[in-house]
Design a binder for this molecule. Structure first.
Ligand SMILES: NC(=O)c1ccc[n+]([C@@H]2O[C@H](COP(=O)([O-])OP(=O)(O)OC[C@H]3O[C@@H](n4cnc5c(N)ncnc54)[C@H](O)[C@@H]3O)[C@@H](O)[C@H]2O)c1
Length: 122
């Protein structure tokens, strides 16, 4: 199987990945950097995002991060502004921030339910 970096050429492209500090989002960040894109990693977990950004930079990739909670419009605007200031453009947006809650919905508090994206449809 071909790696992304062999199949895609994203040199000169600027991307933004929300939820990019962990899991699938981080995998997408890695794939995009390997394909040559600059990546603005956006995540609410600033500690993890900074660590992953530093490790990718050490490996020679072009990555920055913006600490943002994508539920907040102002944070999203700040992330886009930081990306525009750093890279001057945005070609690719991967909106992957999310949470996965493994719990019966009736055992979750309303606050937890509303924060997790889980909804009762009845
Ligand atoms: N892992 C799977 O097998 C799988 C499969 C299908 C769908 N998903 C969905 O994909 C999404 C990510 O899953 P994952 O396994 O990569 O999770 P993960 O927890 O490893 O990564 C999620 C990232 O999103 C960030 N994040 C969460 N809420 C945020 C917010 N409000 N603002 C900014 N960043 C935020 C977290 O800090 C974390 O870095 C989830 O919505 C999950 O339900 C996951």
């Amino acid at each position: 199987m071909k790696r992304c970096s062999e199949a895609l050429d994203f040199r000169e492209k600027v991307s933004m990945v929300t939820g990019g500090a962990s899991g699938i989002g981080l995998g997408i960040v890695r794939a995009l950097t390997e394909a040559g894109a600059a990546v603005m990693m956006v995540d609410v977990d600033r500690v993890r995002a900074r660590r992953e950004r530093d490790s990718l930079k050490e490996a020679g990739f072009e990555v920055e991060f913006s600490g943002a909670d994508v539920r907040k419009e102002k944070d999203c605007q700040k992330a886009v502004a930081e990306s525009a200031e750093k890279y001057g453009r945005l070609d690719i947006l991967v909106n992957w921030a999310g949470v996965m809650v493994r719990k019966e919905i009736l055992k979750m508090s309303e606050k937890k339910r509303m924060g997790s994206g889980a909804r009762c449809k009845s």
